[in-house]
Design a protein around this ligand. Structure first.
Ligand SMILES: NC(=O)c1ccc[n+]([C@@H]2O[C@H](COP(=O)([O-])OP(=O)(O)OC[C@H]3O[C@@H](n4cnc5c(N)ncnc54)[C@H](O)[C@@H]3O)[C@@H](O)[C@H]2O)c1
Length: 328
């Protein structure tokens, strides 16, 4: 199978492309190295892809290009079987500061992908959506039919992307699936996120900083589970035209998360608090019942197990990863 991974040297796309190569698929990555965080992390991922491809039978092609350019996208999509669309301007705060740019990448870029996929008659487009589409909770955990009322421009772009995908399925018969990821973490994760920040600061004897009072809760999803869901969908039409939550088995308050990391790495540190950040959701918690029923999805780790694994990974990769986390 030939798979296009957009945003394929980013955190999640990087793991997806690596796993598809290991499975023997041919992979094309389209990424513009958007300078949202240190480029070195993406270069590292690109090197991993090249090594994996060199050690196997799969073909790997990296294209430095932008999903906002319809011509580039059309040429690349022409001979692929499946599109796995991860390219986006992630980050709620960036979207508050620069909504125009976020809309251009997340909405216009997606339309380019869908249009090219329709023309090339690809087998399926799998799109990265987000728990941010829900906004304020009426009830938790969020099931997929919970009302969607995003509280950030980022959430609005992800919801628009979902509707656009559904309409392409309904109007043109293009199979699409949207996966609503709930805060994803793991090796090579984005630096500007709670888990990477807490680990980096505690290892350096600096107190973890919580924005807000720490009562906000999050579902943290291990990246391997996101990869599993996408791998299943390469070969399954069970979720075509639909949306699925991809989350973990439990959720945790930011206070508890900071304590878990602090207690493992530097129990003597006092947690610090700064004012809450604008447009951050207060609570996220996924119901993964539907994903379980439709594609057999099952989260593999508790947050404590996953954070433990991430800390181990961080310590073994500290030399190259930490300076890049601190630079971002
Ligand atoms: N990490 C999470 O917790 C999380 C949660 C929910 C949803 N998501 C979604 O998952 C996807 C991947 O997120 P991530 O955490 O890996 O983020 P990331 O920033 O690490 O990866 C996104 C990649 O897309 C690339 N990109 C950005 N704009 C582009 C453009 N115009 N053209 C081509 N490439 C472009 C970036 O260079 C980057 O490599 C995104 O769609 C994001 O919205 C992530």
């Amino acid at each position: 199978m030939h798979i296009l991974v957009t945003g394929g040297v980013g955190f999640i796309g990087g793991h997806l492309a690596e796993s598809f190569l290991l499975d023997g698929h041919d992979v094309t990555v389209l990424d513009n190295f958007e300078p949202f965080y240190a480029k070195g992390i993406k270069n590292h991922t690109l090197e991993i892809h090249r090594k994996v491809a060199a050690n196997g039978e799969s073909e790997y092609r990296f294209v430095e290009g932008d999903v906002r350019e319809p011509e580039t996208v059309r040429e690349i999509v022409e001979d692929v079987d499946i599109v796995v669309h991860q390219a986006a301007q992630a980050g709620v705060r960036t979207s508050v500061e620069n909504p125009r740019k976020v809309a251009d990448i997340n909405v216009d870029g997606t339309v380019n992908l869908l249009e090219a996929s329709k023309e090339a008659d690809v087998d399926r487009v799998i799109l990265a959506s987000s728990s941010s589409v829900y906004g304020k909770p009426n009830s938790l955990p969020y099931a997929e039919d919970h009302p969607t009322e995003p509280v950030s421009p980022y959430g609005v772009t992800k919801l628009t992307q979902e509707h656009m995908a559904r309409v392409y399925t309904e109007l043109h018969g293009l199979p699409t699936v949207c996966l609503r990821y709930f805060t994803v973490y793991g090796p090579r994760m984005r630096p500007n996120m709670a888990i990477s920040n807490f680990v980096s600061r505690c290892l350096n004897g600096e107190p973890p900083v919580i924005y807000g009072d720490g009562t906000q809760t999050r579902d943290f999803t291990y990246v391997a589970d996101v990869v599993d869901a996408n791998r299943t969908l390469l070969k399954s039409d069970a979720a075509d035209g639909d949306v699925l939550n991809i989350g973990s088995s439990d959720n945790i308050s930011i206070q508890e998360l900071a304590e878990t990391v602090r207690d493992q790495l530097a129990p003597e540190l006092e947690i610090m608090y700064e004012s809450a950040r604008e447009a951050d959701a207060q609570h996220t918690h996924a119901s993964v019942e539907k994903a379980g029923e439709v594609i057999g999805y099952e989260p593999s780790r508790t947050i404590t197990e996953g954070v433990g694994e991430f800390i181990e990974w961080y310590q073994s990769n500290r030399e190259w990863y930490e300076p890049l986390v601190q630079e971002s």
